[in-house]
Design a protein around this ligand. Structure first.
Ligand SMILES: Cc1ncc(COP(=O)(O)O)c(C=O)c1O
Length: 325
């Protein structure tokens, strides 16, 4: 029995479609209690601030966010006894507002964009003494993935070598923390960042406009360690959404836009490093069949190049956008 919902943070690693001669596996972060990867940094940032003596239960936290971080913080704030104000642009979806309210967070809507939300959150922190978690600067964000996401992956690959890790970049917490830990075990591993094609700051140095939720903040975040990156893949929003529909219909994996992008980028990397001469199972379920027919052994399976990626949230969070219609 878990003592708290925060002890239930964690997600499965599931094999997904891959080109011949390679394996792709995705960490399904929608399985976390608040429905996204952000449950990990939300919990870690609160715990770090508690350790530093900056906050204690009963205090008020404030964060400007339009998405999953707000929901992760709302879960952790409810479970640990904090008041929470989320400042978000009035243009964001009604589901997000309702979810935040359901967890008891106070919502302040501002006209304008995330910069206006950030300004207002700083004003609230300065005048009301509320404490900001600062996901783009807070080292506890990446540390959460170093200590939890990567450790879970190491256990879940059951001794297989990881050849590449592929992850979308928002704050950069996921890729920085996960890759840092995995590189300790697999120093030759490739680290591939994914960003929106029309807001490709890492690839081009220029920001752009895109509706990708959670990915491509339009600047290089302090939390992102660019030295870890081997390469950067860009994906167009419409291609990512098409891949998310395919994942739901063909594999039964319901995920959001940035997961569709991660899947496409992971398949590209897998294609590049595949070794088609190896006997690598393709469709999910084939492993069991091969195991049964080969007396419990699949020749060369453990040598198949392995690409691990992260699907940050569930497709349920995007139903109102019409992307699955
Ligand atoms: C939907 C979505 N995509 C991508 C990301 C990128 O994650 P990070 O901020 O750790 O770079 C996030 C964060 O959880 C997200 O919510």
């Amino acid at each position: 029995m878990d003592e708290s919902i925060l002890d239930a943070v964690g997600s499965p690693l599931v094999r997904t479609a891959a080109p011949e001669g390679a394996t792709v596996a995705a960490k399904l972060e929608g399985f976390n209690p608040g429905g996204s990867a952000k449950d990990r940094p939300a919990r870690a940032m609160i715990e770090a601030a508690e350790r530093e003596g900056a906050i204690s239960p009963g205090d008020r936290l404030v964060e400007p966010t339009s998405g999953n971080t707000g929901i992760g913080l709302a879960v952790a704030a409810a479970a640990r006894g904090y008041d929470l104000t989320i400042v978000m642009p009035a243009s964001k979806s009604p589901e997000r507002r309702q979810l935040l309210k359901a967890y008891g967070a106070d919502l302040e809507l501002v006209e304008g964009d995330m910069d206006d939300a950030r300004e207002r959150a700083t004003e609230i922190a300065d005048t009301d003494g509320a404490v900001q978690m600062g996901q783009f600067e807070n080292p506890a964000n990446a540390e959460a993935h170093y200590r939890t996401t990567a450790e879970e992956i190491l256990e879940q690959v059951e001794g297989r070598e990881i050849d590449a890790v592929v992850a979308g970049v928002g704050t950069g917490g996921t890729i920085t923390g996960t890759a840092s830990r995995l590189l300790e075990e697999f120093p030759e591993m490739e680290v591939v960042a994914v960003e929106p094609e029309r807001n490709a700051v890492l690839s081009t140095g220029e920001s752009g406009a895109d509706d990708f939720q959670g990915m491509g903040p339009g600047f290089v975040s302090d939390v992102l360690d660019t030295d870890l990156l081997t390469s950067v893949e860009t994906v167009a929003l419409e291609d990512a959404e098409r891949e998310a529909r395919r994942l739901a219909r063909e594999e039964g994996i319901l995920v959001g836009q940035s997961s569709g992008a991660a899947a496409l980028a992971a398949q590209r990397v897998a294609e590049r490093i595949a070794e088609p001469q190896l006997n690598c199972p393709e469709a999910p379920g084939e492993v069991e069949e091969l195991l049964a027919s080969d007396g419990g052994e699949i020749d060369g399976y453990d040598d198949c190049p392995l690409v691990v990626t992260v699907f940050p949230d569930s497709g349920e969070r995007y139903l109102s956008t019409g992307m699955f219609e």
